[in-house]
Design a protein. Structure first.
Length: 83
């Protein structure tokens, strides 16, 4: 179906995320969505395009990892007992 419209639960299942997470993404305009009578709807082609954009964004952004640091134990303070 060329203009397939998906509901919030359907997209949440497709993306394997919680419905609240998806709702937040849509509300913050981080995911292409629109409302119909107050309920979020998603075009399948827009979601597919968004997935591809996310995949390419991850490939472009490869952060340089810092060198692992060794943990130094704090020096033990010796106390004199019995004084």
């Amino acid at each position: 179906m060329p203009d397939e419209i998906l509901t919030l639960p359907e997209v949440a299942e497709l993306l394997k995320v919680g419905q609240k997470t998806l709702y937040t993404l849509a509300q913050r305009r981080r995911l292409p969505a629109f409302k119909v009578l107050g309920q979020w709807r998603f075009k399948r082609v827009d979601i597919d395009r968004w997935i591809e954009e996310q995949k390419s964004a991850v490939k472009e952004f490869v952060p340089e990892l810092p060198a692992p640091q060794t943990k130094k134990r704090p020096k033990k303070i010796r106390t004199r007992r019995g004084r």
